[in-house]
Design a protein around this ligand. Sequence first.
Ligand code: GLA
Length: 547
Amino acid sequence: MQKIQDSRCTRITRAVFQVFAVMFLAGPGAMQAASAQRPIAVPPPPMGWSSWNSFSNTVDAKVIMGQAKAMVANGMAKAGYQYVNIDEGWWLGQRDAEGNIVVDAKAWPALAQGERAGDMANIVRYIHGLGLKAGIYTDAGMDGCSLYPDLGPAYQHVGSEGHYEQDFLQFARWGFDYVKVDWCGGDKEKLDPAVQYAEVARAIGRAEAATGHRLYFSICEWGNNSPWTWAPNVGGAPANIWRTSGDIVAPIVPHEKFSGRLASFPGVLSNFDHGIHPEAEHTGFYNDPDMMVVGMPGLTDAQNRVHMSLWAISAAPLLAGADLTTLSDATLATFTNPEVIAVDQDSLGLQAVKVASYGDGLEVWSKALSTPGERAVLLLNRTGDPASIAVHWSDLGLTDSSPASVRDLWARKDLGSFNSSYSATVQSNDAAMFIVHGSEGKLTTYTPAGAVGVRKDQEVSFTNVSSRVREARVRISYTNADQAPRIAELRVNGQIATRIAFPPTGSDSTAGAVWIEAIFDREGANNVLSFSPISGPGLSIDSIAVE
Ligand code: GLA
């Protein structure tokens, strides 16, 4: 049976609000307005591979070398995957009298002449030698997840609590570029993750300053304590990710216990749903719905494509969990589709929002891209039957009166130009992914309430703000004359604040813009957006524009 769901009356779109205060920048200000709209690129979500899903705690140098080599040989590195992340199991909790981590010399031997066995710098050097980056893993608590092993015996004290300074400095000295910090120990001790992860981030910052080596920060607290409300820029992290749910599937290691486990498509959908917090995902801070299970036992090729589409449209970290030495051609093609990857990595750094749904299970998701008028669109069919799903330009914030072109990202094919909407038949539990390129709808520009002249280091408020939709895109025009990003805390109405990073714009007279998505929970022109500078000087917020 084929359901046709294309009628406007069955469509539930985002709440449409009245637009009141309209202010235009025109005349002599027009030049300045144009530069104020210049999008400033923000750090993209990380791409790479992690050892956990396919190797659990059987990870060692041999495994990592094989995976790193495969990532280069199979074209994934060329497609943008760069991190090779060593997860739990690399260290079993031993420290020397000074508290330094003691590494198993057999699992992590010398790999080149002059190297010492039991030195993690060896494997980092190997990974770097292939042009890739290296990741490592610990826990924010005293114990780690090795206390609850999936395979093998339990180990105590596999966490960094009490050794933050020492451990993160050690990771940076070994040369690691990325660290994932788990929460098994923190959870057991009932620690406060917002406090603990801020401490970790500060220790990472000091390790970076001491070594000059960047260590990307991945928080793994499974979304239990709403990390999207505190994790962006936690402890001053310049860019970071945080898990929003548990694992899609426990490890599947061939020839080991539980080797018959299967990843499931409902598990993939559930993690996708739990990862949607667009108000927190901006300027280099990302929700993390877990390592991908693309290519692992349990999913069909079509389900792998949907999985990759869901991660890309939500700008999730693209971290593969499958064994890279045994990928099928179909799985490799899914991992390396450049157009789908480009959606994930787009320099606006925004997450998709659900812009329309039909009944139970037919959904339209839209992710704004850095090219004006471009949207990545996902038509998702969660039902048991094939169905036609329509995407309307007006739901994407594009003008209805101009035609838009549609490109199918999996077929890699231009489908033509269409007026006001496009419909596609989507199979049961499947998705279609497009780029729609039309004309931007109107944004309403607001200048700060009561402020004149320079607004550096002061709170800046925009009052009487309205939006077309409840979750609306906001362009923030600013200048940052400093060399480093500057941070401001944004509070919308009475909501929990979020920290926004403003990259350098070059000078005080060169404006630029970053985009965020905010929740306008008051109807009409009754919303208030207040920005408080956290680090300065150098940041001046000049205007905002709201869809
Ligand atoms: C947690 C994380 C996983 C993995 C394991 C290691 O469960 O969610 O991604 O790191 O710990 O034990």
